[in-house]
Design a protein around this ligand. Structure first.
Ligand SMILES: [Zn+2]
Length: 58
């Protein structure tokens, strides 16, 4: 999936959570830009990096 920013053809690897707009998927570069704005959270997509399950060390 491509970055949702117009004119950007990079692979989207982050999900942006925007309180005042729809969530969107963007590349790492755009995620860094938007992540610096107040209220916006940039989360890596599951496909980019898998998380270890909780309690794995138990
Ligand atoms: Zn982009």
């Amino acid at each position: 999936m491509e970055c949702s920013e117009e004119g950007c053809e990079s692979e989207a690897t982050f999900q942006l959570y925007i309180p005042w707009a729809e969530n969107r998927r963007v590349c790492a570069g755009h995620a860094r830009v938007y992540g610096q704005k107040d209220g916006i959270v940039a989360d890596p997509l599951a496909s980019a990096d898998e998380e270890l399950p909780d309690g794995a060390s138990n």
